[in-house]
Design a protein around this ligand. Structure first.
Ligand code: ZN
Length: 241
């Protein structure tokens, strides 16, 4: 079969990686094999890391293979209206405007949304990641535990100023009317659920019903409709060759 003829995001330079990943994952479709390898999933998290060269683009993809530089700070951070966040949290301009509109419309339907985390700087993320460090563990031992729940500095989507955690950082949040409202409506305001249930192996994160990423309305609707995670969508349609 002439595989590349059917898959526009097939990269001929990755053929060996596609083949070896397919051998290890014989149940995956060829489409998924290509998508996963394009994301980088055939290699360990935090290996083969690329420095992101378009950090301020709305489409920017940050994950365990793509890192923001320590100096990157968005230029248009703005404080979210205090009715929708208690602590002076910030988002980039368009994300802030869309978030407030979403909160207002939700409130009109009796749904109360609040930001509990938004923009985080590289150094703050470093602090968060290292928060539980003790003498009795090696760096590797600490990473093995901590990587499951926290992003390493430069790898948190929160550093883009386009990600917001809403209301509650517990999986039980998923069963609340607020989370259900968000799951149904967030895309209309330009936000997507970034770490869905059942996609843990692709996103590298546990299910986070509270973590939303601003992409703008058009792209958020397209990603939502596709049923793909943003990692998959990016690897198929946005990754430059
Ligand atoms: Zn988050």
């Amino acid at each position: 079969m002439q595989k590349s003829a059917y898959v526009p995001f097939f990269h001929v330079g990755r053929l060996e990686r596609y083949n070896s990943y397919q051998q290890k994952n014989p149940n995956l479709s060829w489409l998924d094999v290509i998508t996963h390898v394009n994301i980088g999933l055939d290699q360990a998290h935090y290996s083969n890391v690329q420095l992101i060269d378009n950090p301020s683009e709305l489409t920017v993809l940050v994950n365990k293979y793509r890192q923001l530089s320590d100096g990157y700070e968005p230029k248009d951070l703005e404080t979210i209206d205090q009715r929708f966040n208690p602590d002076g949290l910030k988002l980039r301009h368009y994300a802030r405007v869309a978030f407030e509109k979403m909160c207002e419309d939700a409130l009109a339907e009796g749904i109360s949304l609040k930001a509990v985390s938004a923009y985080r700087s590289f150094s703050y993320q470093q602090e968060v990641y290292n928060r539980y460090k003790t003498q009795d563990k090696t760096e590797e031992e600490y990473q093995a535990i901590r990587d499951k729940v926290s992003a390493r500095a430069g790898h948190s989507e929160h550093q883009t100023g386009l990600a917001v955690d809403i209301n509650d950082l517990e999986e039980s949040f998923a069963d609340t009317p607020e989370a259900k409202w968000l799951a149904d409506n967030a895309y209309k305001y330009g936000f997507i659920l970034r770490y869905p249930k059942g996609k843990e192996l692709i996103t590298g994160y546990n299910y986070e019903p509270w973590h939303f990423r601003y992409l703008g309305r058009k792209l958020a609707a397209d990603v939502s409709k596709s049923g793909l995670t943003y990692d998959e969508y990016y690897a198929r349609f946005l990754l430059s060759r």
